[in-house]
Design a protein around this ligand. Sequence first.
Ligand SMILES: Nc1ncnc2c1ncn2[C@@H]1O[C@H](COP(=O)(O)OP(=O)(O)OP(=O)(O)O)[C@@H](O)[C@H]1O
Length: 223
Amino acid sequence: MDKIIIADNLSLGYGKHETIISKATFAIDSGSFVFITGASGSGKSTLLKSFFGALPMLSGSLTVGGVDMDNINTKKLNFLRRHVGIVFQDYKLVKEWTIEKNVMLPLLINGYARDISEMQVEKLLGHVKLTHQRGKYPMELSGGEQQRVAMARALAHNPILILADEPTGNLDEYSSKVIWNLLEGANTQLEATVVVVTHHIPETLGVKYKHYHIEHGDVYEVS
Ligand SMILES: Nc1ncnc2c1ncn2[C@@H]1O[C@H](COP(=O)(O)OP(=O)(O)OP(=O)(O)O)[C@@H](O)[C@H]1O
């Protein structure tokens, strides 16, 4: 099976003297569903950041979607981000933009035609049950609704890789269910690889998944 993420002796940290992830070696299959767990502060978000080039590596090698993440430049980063959807724990929506425009953002960046973009946004807002809120601004929505917008935005351009950092961390049962259904759907129907950082793996997930755990800087496969 093809590997979409390959880490070899990967070390990460925020300064040369503090290593958060130490010499991690693993490979993630294309099309798989992966959970990364670990105690608070163990380095889950740090590892995820390295997958989309938000954190330079200290040493080792990392390849994501065929892109060598060492000495990554703007051109490589733009290429990668056109194929990746990211969901952050704190949503990171553009607060000056309506919900509709937020979801449309990746489509505009990827050069989709206006009419196709509008159709896609319509479809996604329906999936996240927010069609009625389309003209509102992020601050006018609840946390769960904002995260659903972020989810719609992450899926808008049919990414091959979805990276989600605690996507249901602050959500109620209803919004959590919407998010997990969408992630499952992206994985099973669109064949996207999904990598989720979480404290709790949902018990009712309908897909087979792989589980990595981070402890003392080590990333190891649990199942
Ligand atoms: N921007 C930063 N600069 C310096 N240190 C950082 C930075 N971001 C995170 N750290 C440190 O790196 C370590 C790992 O942080 P990280 O956010 O990856 O943990 P986590 O496992 O995602 O935690 P949580 O479950 O609480 O979100 C922590 O000790 C944290 O203080």
